[in-house]
Design a protein around this ligand. Structure first.
Ligand SMILES: *Cc1c(COP(=O)(O)O)cnc(C)c1O
Length: 450
């Protein structure tokens, strides 16, 4: 299995090479050259534990890592989760299931990929003897999950940029209060998209990338997308067989990484009833699904900050499939977008739709779900709770613990959710490394820390 770039100007990479590079050298994103067909194998995986399922799945994508090593990697990756099911599927009523993806160390779904990615980096450092500088931008949850995947690992330093004042205070604490000396939490002025641009600019400097052995840890790393496929398969296998073909997955969406993983799993043979992209007031994707026009607007802060994005980086992977693998066209469209143009694209294929929810509705929805089911959801998950299909099962992906967003949840339900992991952070000192939002400032900081 080899990995190609969405933009077609990169030689095929192995899984290990693609993980190490993060972004493809031509500026595109890596994708498997061909997707395996897992339809025949899937039903036989119903009896596997979560980490066994992940090991089976990854063997199709990285045959260069032996099966036994995959089993060790996935077993270790999911040890720090506080539910024996890893991703428990709750039943709220006959048609409404919730897949809880927040039982990992940072209480959001990003741990599924980043606990594993930290171990893949560690494996790489061991095999190559070369130290790694890991760089990423975050709107909140990616950064803390990446930090918790890499902290304390020998030979790895991790640098995470985030928009100053625009991540939730507890999210900042998860990044800046680890006490680990290989972790650098870097607030920059502006929005998430500004921070992301600085990261992309750093990766655009090939000399610098080689000098510090730079690796990308935002949602563009292909290992993250693949690791996220596993919980879709896991949830699908937990549904009664009669419900699998029609169940709709509903996915709170920002960078499009989570829902893309499910959509890829469906293309690999997980026959289901489709996907709904649930956005907050930053509704570029909703507008695209309504009109076919992909037009970036301003980013507005919302109650669901991890979805405050107007430049969904994984959208490029979707575009590759939408344009039937025409890499030249993907490349020219992405360049047009970067120049500030909007794109008019083919209509999405059947089985994909979108919804949006503003802040007022988020608070009302948290209250309604609490009153109706006695179940508390966080503001991101709340965005999924509208427009549920009346006639079939919805599997709602719950992307964060409500305890990460105590103010909004308390406004809706009257009581503040708490979690011991987060309580412990409140008394620890913040270690912030503020920088200007320029590649020059970030590059020289990284060099000074090696
Ligand atoms: C990252 C995140 C999202 C958005 O996921 P994408 O993969 O960027 O679409 C939604 N909810 C929470 C809690 C997140 O951390």
């Amino acid at each position: 299995m080899l990995y190609i770039s969405t933009r077609g100007q990169t030689r095929p990479h192995t899984f290990t090479e693609a993980v190490e590079a993060g972004l493809a050298p031509d500026g595109g994103l890596f994708l498997p050259e061909n997707l395996p067909n897992l339809a025949a194998a899937l039903p036989g995986w119903a009896g596997l534990s979560y980490s066994e399922l992940a090991a089976e799945f990854f063997q199709h994508f990285a045959p260069e890592i032996p099966a036994e090593e995959w089993r060790q990697l996935t077993a270790e990756a999911y040890t720090r989760f506080d539910d024996p099911q890893i991703a428990p599927l709750r039943t709220l009523d006959e048609r409404t299931r919730v897949l809880e993806l927040w039982h990992g160390p940072t209480l959001a779904f990003k741990d599924f990929a980043l606990q594993l990615l930290g171990l893949l980096y560690k494996r790489q450092v061991r095999l190559t003897g070369k130290k790694l500088a890991v760089l990423g931008a975050t709107s909140g949850d990616t950064g803390s999950a990446a930090i918790h995947g890499c902290m304390g690992q020998d030979g790895i330093r991790i640098f995470i940029l985030y928009p100053d004042g625009r991540v939730a205070p507890l999210q900042e604490r998860q990044m800046a209060c680890t006490g680990a000396d290989n972790v650098f939490a870097i607030p920059v002025p502006g929005t998430f998209d500004d921070a992301q641009r600085v990261v992309k600019d750093c990766f655009g400097d090939a000399g610098f990338v080689a000098q510090v052995n730079l690796s990308a840890v935002n949602s563009i790393n292909i290992a993250r997308v693949l690791a996220q496929c596993v919980y879709y398969l896991w949830a699908w296998l937990r549904l009664p067989e009669s419900e699998r073909a029609t169940a709709e997955f509903v996915v709170p969406t920002g960078n499009f990484g989570n829902v893309l993983a499910g959509w890829l799993a469906a293309r690999m043979g997980m026959t289901c009833g489709g996907f709904r992209v649930a956005t907050n007031r930053n509704d570029i994707l909703w507008r695209f699904f309504e009109t076919g026009e992909y037009r970036q607007g301003e980013v507005h802060p919302s109650h669901a900050p991890s979805m405050d994005i107007q430049a969904a980086s994984n959208f490029e992977r979707y575009l590759y499939y939408l344009l039937e693998g025409d890499q030249e066209r993907v490349r020219s469209l992405m360049l047009r977008l970067r120049e500030g143009h909007h794109l008019t694209l083919p209509r999405p294929p059947a089985g994909l739709r979108a919804s949006r929810m503003d802040d007022t509705a988020i608070v009302k929805t948290i209250a309604r779900v609490w009153n109706q089911y006695g179940y508390v959801v966080d503001p991101h998950t709340a965005c999924a709770f509208i427009d549920l299909a009346p006639d079939r099962v919805s599997v709602i992906l719950s992307t964060a613990s409500p305890a990460k967003f105590p103010e909004v949840v308390a406004e809706a339900t009257g009581s503040e959710p708490r979690h011991p992991t987060l309580e412990a952070l409140k008394s620890r000192p913040l270690q912030r490394h503020p920088l200007d939002a320029t590649a020059a400032a970030v590059k020289s900081f990284i060099v000074s820390q090696l």
